[in-house]
Write a protein that binds this ligand. Sequence first.
Ligand code: IPM
Ligand code: MG
Length: 371
Amino acid sequence: MEKKIAVILGDGIGPEVTHQAIRVLESVAIHYRHKFYFEYGLMGADAIDKTGFPLPDATIELCLNSDAILLGTIGHPKYDTDPSLTVRPEQGLLKLRKSLQLFANIRPVSTSAALHHLSPLKTKVLEGVDLLIYRELTGGIYFGNKFLSDDGNQASDDCIYSAAEIERIAHLAFKSAQQRKKKLTLVDKANVLETSRLWRRVVQGMASQYPDVKVDFLFADSAAMQLIIYPKHFDVILTDNLFGDILSDEASVITGSLGLLPSASIGNGGALFKPIHGSFPQAAGKDIANPVGSILSAAMMLDHFGLTTEAAKVRASVQWTLENGFVTKDIDPVNFYFTSTIGELISDLVQDKIPTELHPENIQLRKSTII
Ligand code: IPM
Ligand code: MG
């Protein structure tokens, strides 16, 4: 298979984690005889520094002409403290989502026994957690009219949804639930918001098309609580842009490290893959960031291409590193491995270059030769 992949390295730790994902994709290409062509574009603070714009037209053009986009992370603290700034790195990401109509953001959250000790939750709450969040990504309060009064003392952000916008993502979420545990939870605030009542009506109306899927409804505040006290309650969560943003960050800490989680944003043709963590500028350039979120995002890209065997191999390789203690500093602050070492190890595992039955002591030797 031949695919053209647009790469946006982005800000902070984006470049170093994305390079490891590319390395793993190159390994997949060698091992399974595919051809992946990588082309680079700018976005975020990096793009503002170099071009004055958070999303130059050339990047949109590149993304429109690629089979998928691999994105690092976006954001820099120098833009966070001054609310009067009109140009911000995040505008690039929002514009890209809108330009490519990436209306569904998919964030899987599952726990690994090897990392239970890192989670703020008790092990008995964690066992068997495996959920998928479908967050609407191109509508709602993120994209409604924004208003600031002339005296600067009043502001508003409109939240608008159409039935068609809700339906298109709900279909994806229902279909996904059919492939999983057949349960769909719509998270909204229908006791207060008109848009939420529209979400409920639309989803209730669609339920008969998916009779094998059990649908339930939760208010967002209650869902936030359920995610902590009984995360096993969930299979597929469907929700709007803002609730999805908040709940997916909350769900991510259940796993023990934000650095592990991937995401996919899909829509009418285009598809973007990125780790869910932020740009973590304090760690930039130190080779200590966790590349696993980015590598698992590459695995989601492989699934999107229909390369499910390859995707499973990448996931199994990642899992092996976690189970055998090959982890970055966020997971083990004392005995940790560098970003690039983990990337190299996973790439080698994908190509079967490392016999997985090796004794850990022998692999320790390898560590000393690499570092
Ligand atoms: C995310 C991020 C973005 C969002 C920011 C960077 C604009 O938090 O992808 O979840 O709010 O959508
Ligand atoms: Mg977010």
